[in-house]
Design a protein around this ligand. Structure first.
Ligand code: ZN
Length: 176
């Protein structure tokens, strides 16, 4: 079967003290029994996941759809610059407002820490990558929280997560 993921990503290319913050968020999730404290092989991206736990039911809109019976059911924490995305339908340049998805756009300078910007192939202006509009939405940061096969979170939980991070966030839904 195919896997889905929900990623919660700060709208900051470089999150200050991302490692410290990742521990703080993990401890918060553990304190509410949302994930299990021991690291296990329960995510797709790496072998370091935190499996789903009972408290997840309280923060989910559809607790009956939570992946308790799946192997891939955990939280994966990403530290280090990453792009959280599915294939885009549209990428709008903040300068010329054109859709550049069919042009030769390139995110590798951003991914390899050479720049926080992306060059628009249409108007040749550089803009901070998060000011482009990606549809469906993409996340760009050096910190991210990916929940594998979880069902939709409640608005309260998303708000609380945002408060903990102290910045705007992007929520990226991926279907593999
Ligand atoms: Zn442009």
């Amino acid at each position: 079967m195919s896997d889905n993921s929900i990623c919660i990503v700060p709208k900051l290319s470089g999150y200050p003290n991302n490692k410290t913050k990742s521990n703080e968020i993990l401890n918060w999730l553990l304190s509410r029994d949302i994930v299990k404290p021991n690291v296990s092989d329960c995510v797709l991206g790496s072998e370091n996941g935190y499996a789903i736990s009972e408290g997840a039911k309280i923060v989910s809109v559809f607790p009956g759809d939570l992946p308790y019976r799946l192997i891939t059911n955990g939280l994966e924490i990403t530290i280090g610059r990453a792009i959280f995305a599915g294939p885009p339908d549209e990428i709008i340049c903040p300068a010329c407002k054109e859709n550049i998805v069919e042009d030769e756009w390139n995110v590798s300078d951003w991914a390899e820490y050479r720049s926080d910007n992306m060059l628009c192939p249409k108007c040749k202006q550089e803009s901070e990558i998060s000011t482009y509009i990606f549809a469906p939405e993409w996340g760009f940061s050096d910190l991210g929280f990916t929940f594998w096969n979880w069902s939709e979170f409640t608005a309260e939980f998303i708000q609380e997560f945002k408060n903990k991070l102290g910045c705007e966030i992007t929520i990226v839904y991926c279907h593999l």
